[in-house]
Design a protein around this ligand. Structure first.
Ligand SMILES: Cc1cc2nc3c(=O)[nH]c(=O)nc-3n(C[C@H](O)[C@H](O)[C@H](O)COP(=O)(O)OP(=O)(O)OC[C@H]3O[C@@H](n4cnc5c(N)ncnc54)[C@H](O)[C@@H]3O)c2cc1C
Length: 305
């Protein structure tokens, strides 16, 4: 029995061997991982991490794959997601406790229902709490880290650690969490507000999103971070790239920073569009675009121009 087969025997949760990541990304793109694992609970997670660590199995953590571009050849290693297995959620006064598998949308909606203000501008951002914390997800002026009090993670030796918000640095679509630790839960302290104000802010954010994003097609949201010089979408649009297609992948003509999959797009098609965009925007405007989407399974240098 090889180490992946042994890991399968000790895993109590879901263990999908040679699972294609295209089934777990919002792009609908991505080759196989050695195993896609949803642990049954935190004990199961600890055993899986310890085994992977001791057996030098490369381990990657994902949420719902809404910010991920996975290569067509797939991932040499295992992928762990907390999904529905680790998804406790409770509100106590102005304090919110949520585990990483909870969808961000649920947290935002429950906070709005309880007249708690702070996260309503994130209405409509797909993904889990874990992904949102790693990405410091944000929209229309609000960021997930703004009202964070504490985060709990588990390291590769199965040990739980707690960080106060100030111990992790958050910046625009970035955080300083270690890739060797999986985020398992967080506590937020929000602001008690009145129903009218919270709902107004939510409606504004929701309307802005529907107007500006191509939500009918598969995508991973914004491909590039906005550079200091302005919006990435503005430069891509001005470079005349809207509507450019490679295979079934297209630079959205609705929002130039969204690349969409019309059905059968491959990671290699998206990579070609990324390279073309970086090259063209740099040549025309002297602006270097940096990826916002996270990539898995690519050789280093793939995205350089
Ligand atoms: C239509 C659309 C609109 C979007 N709009 C926005 C927007 O307005 N604002 C915004 O910020 N983003 C937006 N996004 C991007 C995406 O929704 C966010 O980045 C989201 O927070 C990712 O969550 P996820 O669970 O899908 O994470 P994934 O995409 O699965 O993972 C993202 C990163 O987090 C890591 N990760 C995930 N879970 C864990 C964990 N438990 N422990 C450790 N590491 C983990 C992964 O390794 C990866 O590096 C949009 C995406 C789409 C498809």
């Amino acid at each position: 029995m090889n180490s992946i087969e042994t890991l399968q025997t000790i895993t109590k949760g879901t263990f999908l061997k040679e699972e294609k990541m295209m089934n777990h990304t919002s792009y609908g793109i991505g080759g196989p991982t050695q195993a896609y694992i949803v642990p049954k609970d935190k004990n199961d997670l600890a055993q899986i991490l310890k085994f992977a660590n001791q057996n030098k199995i490369k381990t990657y953590f994902v949420g719902s794959g809404s910010n991920l571009l996975v290569s067509d050849k797939g991932i040499d290693g295992i992928v762990i997601t907390l999904g529905k297995a680790i998804n406790e959620f409770r509100i106590n006064g102005d304090q919110v406790y949520a585990e990483s598998g909870v969808m961000l949308g649920k947290i935002v909606k429950e906070c709005i229902k309880n007249n708690l203000s702070g996260l309503e501008s994130l209405i409509g951002v797909p993904g889990t709490l874990g992904g949102a914390l790693i990405m410091n997800a944000g929209a229309f002026g609000g960021e997930i880290s703004n009202y964070l009090e504490q985060v709990t993670v588990m390291s590769m030796d199965g040990i739980i650690k707690k960080y106060k918000a100030g111990e992790i640095e958050f910046s625009y679509r970035d955080s300083t969490f270690s890739s060797e630790e999986i985020v398992i839960s967080a506590i937020f302290k929000l602001i008690k507000s009145d129903a009218k104000t919270v709902k107004e802010k939510k409606i504004l954010a929701s309307g802005n999103r529907k107007a500006s994003q191509p939500l009918k097609f598969r995508s991973a949201g914004s491909v590039f971070k906005n550079p200091a010089e302005g919006a990435a979408g503005y430069f891509i649009d001005k470079a005349g790239l809207k509507g450019t297609k490679v295979g079934d992948a297209e630079i959205s003509s609705h929002h130039a920073n969204f690349f969409v999959n019309h059905g059968e797009a491959k990671a290699s098609d998206i990579v070609k569009l990324i390279r073309l965009t970086k090259e063209t925007v740099n040549k025309k405007f002297g602006v270097m675009l940096e990826l916002e989407v996270k990539t898995l399974g690519f050789n280093s240098g793939t995205f350089d121009v």
